[in-house]
Design a protein. Structure first.
Length: 196
């Protein structure tokens, strides 16, 4: 795989977490569904109200993230999340440092009728929005897989957040070139909550 621009992984992986974000796997990346390449943390344990949307409140506050690719390249972010004025959405503003500064804005929500979580991300001001879903099982958040094709070869990308405690989150980005039969690590890091 050839490494291309930060924006490609930002739009393919993220969020990233990883969002939205980070070093690409191809030279001319398509716009694809993507979470933050460097994903925001969530709460581990603790009680939540009966309202499933309140699980998103685990993102509230200010966070600092550090991660590294298997290639050795490093990335860091600062992230601040808060409720929208009417409390229906969680909005997160992120600054990603990797070969320059990149801005990302993500809105998280819960669809009460469908019973699922989703996100919409802008991976730099003026960029085309990307959207996707999130499955939450206990302390593990898994973003919907995304994929792209390059030179006739399909690569699938999966992003997860594992919340080890309310102020610490481990994120991973893995890729598969055999439709998910085997996965290779691409990016891993840790986020720490630094303020409410």
């Amino acid at each position: 795989m050839r490494t291309a621009t930060f924006a490609a992984l930002f739009t393919i992986a993220i969020i990233l977490v990883a969002s939205a974000h980070v070093c690409a796997l191809q030279s001319n990346p398509p716009q694809a569904k993507s979470p933050q390449a460097v994903p925001a943390p969530a709460q581990a344990g603790g009680s939540q109200s009966d309202d499933p949307s309140k699980k998103l409140g685990a993102f509230l506050g200010k966070w600092e993230t550090e991660g590294s690719f298997t290639s050795g390249q490093k990335t860091s972010t600062t992230l601040e999340c808060r409720w929208s004025p009417q409390g229906s959405y969680l909005v997160c503003d992120q600054l990603v440092n990797m070969g320059g500064e990149h801005h990302q804005f993500t809105v998280y929500s819960y669809n009460i009728k469908a019973g699922n979580y989703s996100f919409t991300t802008l991976a730099d001001p003026g960029a085309k929005p990307t959207t996707g879903g999130i499955t939450i099982k206990g302390n593990l958040w898994t973003y919907d897989d995304s994929s792209f094709e390059s030179n006739g070869k399909k690569t699938v990308i999966r992003v997860t957040n594992e919340f080890t405690d309310p102020k610490t989150e481990v994120f991973k980005v893995v890729t598969s070139e055999d439709n998910g039969a085997t996965w290779k690590p691409m990016l891993q890091g840790v986020a720490h909550k630094i303020a409410d």
